[in-house]
Design a protein. Sequence first.
Lengths: 435, 180, 321
Amino acid sequence: MTRPLLLQGGRVIDPSRGIDQVTDLLVVDGKIAGVGAGLAAPEGAEVRSVVGKIVAPGLVDVHVHMREPGNEDEETVASGARAAVAGGFTAVCAMPNTDHVTDNQAAVGFIVRQSVRAGLARVYPIGAVSVGQRGEKLAEFGEMVGAGAVAVSDDGRPVASSHLMRTALEYARTFGIPVADHCEDPTLAAGGVMHEGLVASRLGLKGIPAAAEEIMVGRDCLLAGLTGGHVHLCHMSTRGSVELIRRAKEQGIRVTAEVTPHHLTLTDHACEGYDTHAKMNPPLREAADVAALRAAVKEGVIDCIASDHAPHAYDEKEAAFDDAPFGIVGLETAFAVAHTELVLGGVLTLPELMARMSTQPAKIFHLPGGTLAVGAPADVVVLDAAAPWTVDPATFRSKSRNTPFAGRALTGRALLTLVAGKTVHDVVAPPPKVP
Amino acid sequence: MPPKSERTILLDARAMSRALQRMAVEVAELAHGTADLVLIGIQRRGVELAERIAKMIEKDEGVAVPRGALDITLYRDDLETVGPKPVIGETRLPVDLTGKHAVIVDDVLYTGRTVRAALDELADFGRPKRISLCVLVDRGGRELPIQADVVGKVVKTGPGDRVEVQVEELDGSDQVDLVR
Amino acid sequence: MTVNLGKDLTGLEHLTPEQIRLILDTAEPFKEVSERPIKKVPALRGKTIVNLFFEASTRTRISFEFAEKRLSADTVNVAATGSSVSKGETLVDTAKNLEAMRIDMVVIRHPSSGAAGFLGQRIRSNVINAGDGKHEHPTQALLDLLTIRDKHGKIAGLKVCLVGDVLHSRVARSNIWGLTKLGAQVAVCGPYTLMPRGIEELGVQFFPRIEEAIEWADVLNILRLQLERMEKGFIPSLREYYRVWGVTPERLERSPRAITIMHPGPMNRGVEIDSRVADGPHSVILDQVTNGVAVRMAVLYLLAGGRPELADAAKRGGGAE
């Protein structure tokens, strides 16, 4: 039983209720007990001054790769949850491309149990669309949802068969969950390691054309329209995709989309020098794509920001560009990168950013969270939007260090993270390490 | 212009009642009492007549008389040629007919084909000891060697004539008309 | 007023309510024939009927055979395999051969939708559809209607829900036609992947969950789920289907009323229907089978022979001779 906590004098931003004001927030018994000026501290409460800081609903990341089961050296549910709370996230969704694939109720239940055991950020399992993610046979959505899955995805891979994607969207409707697709036409993208463009030509690397993503984006929007199902498009990276999504939304199709902080920041030039920390799928693209994605985030055509946190052992990334695995970690830099590039960069206001990193992702995936309404679970983050820091991967709580932002100067970090009112990350007084 | 049809009343309600009373007595006599008597009315109006005769016998003899209904549509020899198909009525037999004296009851006996169909159908239900025929009106014109054992009224008719029987239960009144 | 059925029975979609009622009313006396010690009437004596089954079927074929034999017709069973290369050609050839042999009636089951109508247009014999592709299975729907009417005394206003693979079901389609024409409220329930497009435009409600269907329905007609639906990717597994949509006693208990349980058979016990429900007090599944023979006798009787120009002779309905 945790003590009540009164956060005094912070700038409380709650996009779910349109609140943005300097006021107090009270947490009692794991729930938000009050938001308002001059709140009285109940008996035995801890009182903390958060003057000059931001108090917001805990961040929600709907696209994270825990490497458990199968590659626990790279990340576990527990280590990933720790990295999450350090980054200000109180809830994350774990993609199923583990070894074995999370494609049945027992595997889903395992992730849920590991999350509870870790007792840090809430880790919600995403189940596979197809058994083994082999793209052949539907997984048992009903059983997985019953065990705690919040969505289905074959991420890591596209759902190549249109018939399978169609039946997945239809079948998912029964359970009210989205189908999250990794949009990549397999034959177009095969063998590609970075964006197909001038940089790739100069470096002599095979490229993945923007069309490889856009073909599937178009297809998925059409199938969502045909079936009435909800498709969520993962890690969008091209301006063409933005156009397709905009048009689909205008037609009332149930499509949502996410973008990563790195696709809002870096271009294919980051691959120069064959830096494998710039190798991910979808690849970093051109400046025009970055600009279109930023505008889309502002406009709401892209609904939320998600990290696509993809841990890899250091030695795996120590390879020739062609041979290194795709992916970078992101939980511990996501807010800072997004804040520095988008808020300080004048694209979004801070409340708009909080909406896209907390309220919106929770809403799309029907998760509790993203709100500071009285009675809601006390998933809260206290952010210092002015704190300057330099990214040092050696200090990451994640087991992996593969980031392109090493040495980068960023502004903004999480000071305090509460999950169900319990302090799980505290820069000032770090809670005892959980084994 | 077709010739005008002429309608005569063969039996009014009172006459019909008298005829049925006499027929009831004759049936009981024919069957030597009620021990193995079963009355089977042919759909449709034969069923009502069988019911009335059975009640009259019961009143006189003080014993219940089983009665049933027989629809002969499926045994008609002209099913080939009629179309659309006639509606099939209910067939229900109260007891096993084996060893019984079955008395078929119908309103009008004409060509005899209906009775022939009834005899074929009864054969599929068992082997009565004896089958007799009781009709309200015998209008002649037999096409098969069939005769009634108990008759209400005999009347000579031609091929263009019609004998129309009405019973109170179905038609609202008791009457037998000859239409020429 | 006389109601005619025409030459063939290919489906219920184009029948009028009066025609459907005629068949149901005619089936009643045929039920009694099947209760007699000698289950035979001479109504179709001398008629030749071919059961032309291009798809394996035991129960429907046997039901038709009993119906035909009980009407004293001569029956011939032909189990033809339709070659995938020249199905259409084979049907035309078959039609010509049957015509050459002066067959009176053909009962056809074929894997292609529209096959019964195709045959009916090409031969003078009466053609009865015993199931064509995914299109219709009219005699099944008719026996379902008769069973519902027997149990509830009426069809109009009743709430009937078809549960399962409606997309691939000819039984469902025929039932939807028959039920809506006779004034029932119709709904379907099952996975979205097994529902046909545009079903709402036929006036049919959709329930994504069996619990909702159970709360609403007076009658559940539970369709058989075929193994190949799982293999073709419409549902992940038979086990999950049972867990989400299976009709179980526990789910039925939550209904405010006693729901009549129907199934066209053969049943997958433990998949679409729990054994305790199939064998339970509200199941009329066996009545459906009994009524099947009577309905088929009625259809054969009504379609066979008859020259309309002599219709007047039948006007007085027996007793005038």
